[in-house]
Design a protein around this ligand. Structure first.
Ligand SMILES: C[S@@+](CC[C@H](N)C(=O)[O-])C[C@H]1O[C@@H](n2cnc3c(N)ncnc32)[C@H](O)[C@@H]1O
Ligand SMILES: [Zn+2]
Length: 275
């Protein structure tokens, strides 16, 4: 199955199929990509330094393991399990630190998992979390708009809080493949925005559509949580608010000892269909 240990991925230089040779992946033209100590491979030739920065990756990893988004992550796993016609490869495009992929795996024990992201630090964290597992997911530093995957090699592609590479997802999905897109709903993090901004507005919820995909379902996952003081800093640094917020507004936010907020997520499922 494509992806297990990196076998069957495509060489970013010549698009030949990669095979495992000891601690490397090698194509027929002898292009060689060494696996890191954590077990991931860097296939992002010429794209170094892209993706989220180290501080953002670390903040997201630390916030997610605290568990606030666990019901959302489980919702993703459940939705995928319900929509997938047959088990196969699940590819998380823009997987970050692999949190959602690991949660989805619990609902799909017979699938294999692969995650791509251009942020090397995220992929390092993701691969490290898999070490020692027999059914380990495979992670690669790679762009999601030209994934190192053969045509029709996946049963599902997921995009969680990440850009949606719909055309590329269509290429790598098999005939009845599923595309899952997860994004913030209107009220997501309303409690945080009320502290940060004088006139906070709801997140836009534009209907999604992608050529060559039919919408199967859209599910809202909504609940409330008390975000503790230690976790709010990580939450701030993992969101785009860290770029958009004035210094004095951020200071006011950090000075509060935690906050109560709505958490609002939308999970949209699409089935690949003929164009
Ligand atoms: C907001 S983060 C979400 C990460 C993860 N899905 C999560 O929700 O925890 C968006 C991710 O998309 C990645 N990304 C953005 N553009 C990308 C591209 N063209 N190729 C690969 N990864 C990309 C970023 O590096 C980042 O890790
Ligand atoms: Zn090659």
């Amino acid at each position: 199955m494509t992806g297990r240990g990196g076998e069957g991925l495509l060489c970013p230089l010549c698009k030949g199929v990669l095979s495992r040779e000891g601690g490397s992946l090698v194509c027929g033209k002898a292009h060689r990509f060494d696996l890191s100590a954590e077990g991931y491979v860097n296939l992002a030739v010429g794209k170094s330094g892209a993706g989220d920065n180290r501080a953002m990756c670390r903040a997201r990893r630390d916030f997610l393991v605290a568990g606030y988004y666990r019901p959302f992550a489980e919702g993703i796993g459940r939705a995928l399990a319900a929509a997938m016609a047959t088990p196969g490869v699940v590819c998380d495009a823009g997987c970050g630190e692999g949190y959602y992929l690991r949660a989805a795996r619990e609902f799909l024990p017979t699938c294999s998992f692969i995650g791509f992201d251009l942020a090397k630090d995220s992929i390092r964290f993701a691969a490290k979390a898999e070490r020692g597992r027999e059914d380990a997911a495979f992670f690669a530093v790679a762009g999601i708009f030209d994934m190192p995957l053969p045509d029709a090699s996946c049963a599902a592609v997921t995009s969680v809080f990440a850009p949606v590479p719909a055309e590329e997802a269509r290429r790598v999905l098999g005939e009845t493949g599923v595309l899952l897109v997860a994004r913030p709903g209107a009220r997501h993090l309303s409690g945080m925005k009320e502290i940060l901004y004088k006139a906070p507005y709801d997140n836009p919820e534009k209907p999604l559509s992608f050529p060559g995909f039919r919408l199967l379902s859209e599910e809202r996952i909504f609940y409330r949580a008390d975000i503790g003081k230690d976790d709010m800093k990580n939450l701030f640094y993992m969101t785009p608010y860290c770029y958009k917020t004035a210094k004095e507004d951020a200071e006011r936010f950090f000075a509060c000892g935690g906050f109560f907020t709505e958490l609002d997520f939308l999970i949209s499922l699409f089935r690949k269909e003929p164009l």
